[in-house]
Ligand binder design. Structure first.
Ligand code: SAH
Ligand code: SF4
Length: 474
């Protein structure tokens, strides 16, 4: 990079200097075009990707682009991709394919693919050889290097591949453009060390590393001061937060939560995701005594069969899961307990699937997210014998979906007659209703002609129908 011979990509100040350079370059381009340059960022996958996209957008704005929501209008398009299941990858590839004609119309258009999918060598090569109109790809650990990557692409006019599976340093201070002014994501840790045999995350997001408590508390304090009402802490396995920190900084996730609750402000704290093997008594106690922590626990069970859990490398069995779920419910009777289930793990027998069904009945979840096993390149499960036919897996999946809707309906019924506070997240719609979410993250619909968007209101649940819950304002 021309005059940046002493460039240190992990120095955030230098990244901001490149923003200033890009800003100048882009202002000249805008003067020549007679209009603003625009950026469109689209997200695939999980909340962590949503949070990352807010950083990508923040950087792009800092480099002179204006946010837009249509790819047709954009001069810079970034797809932030997911790799957790094949379906997400195929969707991103198909949408990338559709960008070809936009590039033909506007040769100045820059296209970038970001995140988990392209952090895999074979997918990086797919892009390199089959999608020649993509200008750059970058892995999840490149977030703080966005200005450098864009500067490189813009000034050197060459395709770039920023995929590095070595340096997963945490660099604080990336720009951010948050999607909401009342709900915010705050990452507390990145990566994962668990290597569940089906999962690609450790390969595309690297080893587990925690942000310093100070950086997290400063960010939450700033959000609370700005009036944010809901803060969701993100990590693949939040219960192992802190383990990678130097000893003098090290605190547990439960301690971090307590410190966050001490920050003044009327806000609710959520967190995702807890691993059952690490869900501690300390965490459950801290939740129970802090009304600022949302009454929602997402505890992915994946399977109700101890044998399958072992093959998945989950480090807990059916009984241990029941024990944690029981403790959570005993400490917080009003908790909403939700879970993820994988159907059709290689070699899962009918009996083992029945174990999952019986476990779901035993635990009485409030909501279930079910997925059909998707073999992921490079993971151990992708190499396991899998005699189960697609048809069989689909039949099991359909049964789970039926159970899922029953389970959702049950939660709705249980809420009828109860009063609760909800955070409104929609403007009144044409039918005169609006929606909000309660502390358990359940969507509640109510009649209103007044706009309460972004505010807390109190409602009483009047009825439920299927997964939908209706309430009136009190
Ligand atoms: N860190 C979180 C999960 C991240 S992935 C945890 O451990 O719970 C989110 C969900 O996707 C997982 O809980 C799992 O149910 C599902 N999933 C992950 N890999 C999958 C695969 N290969 N096929 C199908 N579902 C998968
Ligand atoms: Fe994937 Fe398991 Fe890590 Fe969750 S805990 S991200 S499922 S490897």
């Amino acid at each position: 990079m021309k005059k940046y011979t002493d460039f240190n990509y992990n120095d955030i100040t230098q990244q901001y200097e490149l923003c200033d350079e890009l800003l100048r370059i882009n202002r000249d381009k805008e003067a020549a075009l007679g209009r603003r340059l625009r950026v469109c960022v689209e997200t695939f996958g999980c909340q962590q990707n949503e949070a990352d996209s807010e950083r990508i957008l923040g950087w792009a704005i800092r480099c002179g682009y204006e946010k837009c929501s249509s790819i047709e209008e954009a001069d810079l398009i970034v797809y932030n991709t997911c790799a957790v299941r094949e379906h997400a990858e195929l969707r991103a590839l198909s949408k990338t394919g559709q960008l070809k004609h936009l590039k033909e119309k506007n040769p100045e258009l820059l296209i970038g693919l970001w995140g988990c999918m392209v952090a895999q060598e074979h997918r990086k090569n797919t892009i390199k050889f089959s999608y020649p109109y993509v200008d750059f790809v970058a892995g999840t650990n490149m977030l703080h290097r966005f200005p450098e990557i864009l500067f490189d692409v813009v000034t050197n006019k060459r395709r770039r591949y920023y995929v590095d599976t070595e340096d997963y340093s945490i660099v604080e201070g990336s720009a951010v453009e948050r999607d909401s002014n009342f709900r915010a994501w705050v990452s507390v840790m990145y990566g994962c060390n668990n290597f569940c045999t089906y999962c690609v995350v450790p390969y595309v997001r690297g080893r587990e590393r925690s942000r310093s408590p100070k950086a997290i508390l400063d960010e939450v304090r700033e959000l609370a001061e700005k009036g944010y009402k809901e803060i969701t802490l993100l990590g693949q396995n939040v219960n192992s937060y802190g383990k990678s920190l130097p000893e003098d900084e090290r605190i547990s996730f439960a301690e971090l939560l307590e410190k966050i609750c001490e920050i003044p402000g009327d806000f609710l704290v959520r967190f995702m995701t807890s691993h059952p093997k690490d869900a501690s008594d300390e965490l459950i106690e801290v939740m129970a005594r802090n009304p600022k922590i949302a009454r929602h626990f997402h505890l992915p069970m994946q399977s109700g069969s101890s044998e399958v859990l072992k093959a998945m490398n989950r480090h807990y069995d059916r009984e241990r899961y029941f024990e944690v779920a029981r403790k959570i419910k005993a400490a917080m009777p009003d908790i909403t307990l939700t879970t993820d289930i994988i159907v059709g793990f290689p070699g899962e027998t009918d009996e083992q699937f029945e174990d999952t069904i019986s476990a779901i009945k035993e635990v009485e979840f409030d909501s279930i997210y079910a997925f059909i096993f998707s073999p992921r390149n490079g993971t151990p499960a992708a190499e396991m014998d899998d005699p189960i036919t697609k048809e069989e897996k689909s039949a099991r999946f359909s049964r789970l979906l039926e159970i899922e809707s029953e389970v959702n309906a049950n939660l709705g019924k249980r809420l009828v007659g109860r009063e609760m506070r909800i955070l409104v997240d929609s403007h009144p719609e044409e039918d005169g209703t609006s929606t909000g979410r309660n502390s358990g993250n359940k969507i509640i619909r109510f009649n209103t002609d007044k706009d309460y968007y972004g505010e807390y209101i109190n409602v009483r649940v009047t009825s439920s129908e299927g997964a939908s819950v209706y309430a009136e304002i009190i």
